[in-house]
Design a protein around this ligand. Structure first.
Ligand code: SF4
Length: 301
């Protein structure tokens, strides 16, 4: 059944006539919010591997890509996704060398870079624009929330203006922007989510990755949770808020993800985030039953 929202698969079918999958790469980067450049300790929810717990940093970038491509059909197409930590946090020649190391096979069509807004400079935007002459280039910015109050509380280390500046730099080079947001951050309500969605709509971001807050072991967030400082939202609340988000985002915004993903042995709470299929099915069913689709309540569409 087709989802009542515009998925990455829809986009890839439009561009390549087929499903196109990701090769997740550990590019050997760190993060300025961990090494003291802009902060220490990192975002409170961030695990020790910077969202790359399933990756193998012992392999070179080329080996990581080859491990997938050597077994892939000749007619398949691929996205290489520099996933964990901050994948523009290095001088331009180093970035070029690391990106090139993953781009040795003609079946790779998309270069996808996960990073922080404060690590997009004009020089880096120029570099990404250079790659965009040969590949689709996606830049994924971790926003999580448009609320500067929450951003401070989660130790994000950059404010909304910094994010808007990064979007402007990328846009000025014609580069699409994908934004990560989290529903259920400590003490956020639906009003905070409404504000975040209004900012994404105003900036006309190209894509969004949405997931619910989950608490990984050995994080700052785990300490706050164990001290009883906040309670995670329920699955029902997540489904309600995700549907609100989908129905109010612009219809052309691509939904790249709608659930979180955490290795089970590293998940502290809530347990329900592992029920990915049930969450997606319930969102689809509720939207279809009500005749809702993405953007149906978006006043800016
Ligand atoms: S910016 Fe990303 S890698 Fe850095 S601490 Fe925050 S979530 Fe982790």
């Amino acid at each position: 059944m087709k989802h009542p929202y515009y998925t990455m698969n829809d986009l890839m079918h439009e561009h390549y006539g087929m499903k196109i999958r990701k090769i997740c790469i550990d590019g050997g980067f760190t993060c300025p919010n961990r090494d003291g450049t802009c902060g220490t300790g990192g975002c409170t929810f961030c695990g020790e591997r910077g969202a790359g717990e399933q990756l193998n940093p012992a392999k070179t970038i080329r080996e990581q890509a080859e491990a997938v491509l050597s077994r892939a059909p000749a007619d398949s197409r691929w996205i290489v996704y520099f996933q964990n930590f901050t994948n523009t946090y290095a001088p331009v020649p180093v970035l070029r060398e690391r990106y090139d190391a993953a781009l040795f096979d003609d079946r790779v069509k998309v270069l996808d870079i996960g990073t922080r807004p404060d690590c997009i400079t004009p020089e880096i935007a120029d570099l990404l624009a250079e790659y965009a002459q040969r590949y689709e280039v996606w830049t994924e910015l971790g926003l999580q929330t448009a609320s500067d109050r929450t951003a401070k509380a989660i130790n994000r280390g950059c404010d909304l203006q910094c994010f808007e500046d990064a979007v402007g730099l990328l846009r000025s080079r014609g580069l699409p922007v994908i934004v990560h947001i989290i529903l259920g951050l400590p003490h956020e309500t639906l009003d905070d989510i409404k504000y975040t969605v209004s900012v994404l709509n105003r900036l006309r971001v190209d894509g969004v990755k949405i997931h619910s807050l989950f608490i990984m072991k050995n994080t700052q967030l785990a300490k706050q949770y164990e001290n009883g400082e906040f309670t995670p939202i329920s699955m029902q609340t997540y489904i309600d808020w995700a549907i609100w988000t989908l129905t109010h985002l612009r219809p052309e915004t691509v939904i790249h993800r709608l659930t979180g993903n955490c290795l089970r042995d590293q998940l502290l709470a809530p347990d329900w985030i592992t029920q990915r299929d049930l969450i997606l099915y319930t969102i689809d069913r509720r939207m279809y039953e009500n005749g809702w689709k993405q953007g149906c309540f978006c006043e800016e569409a």
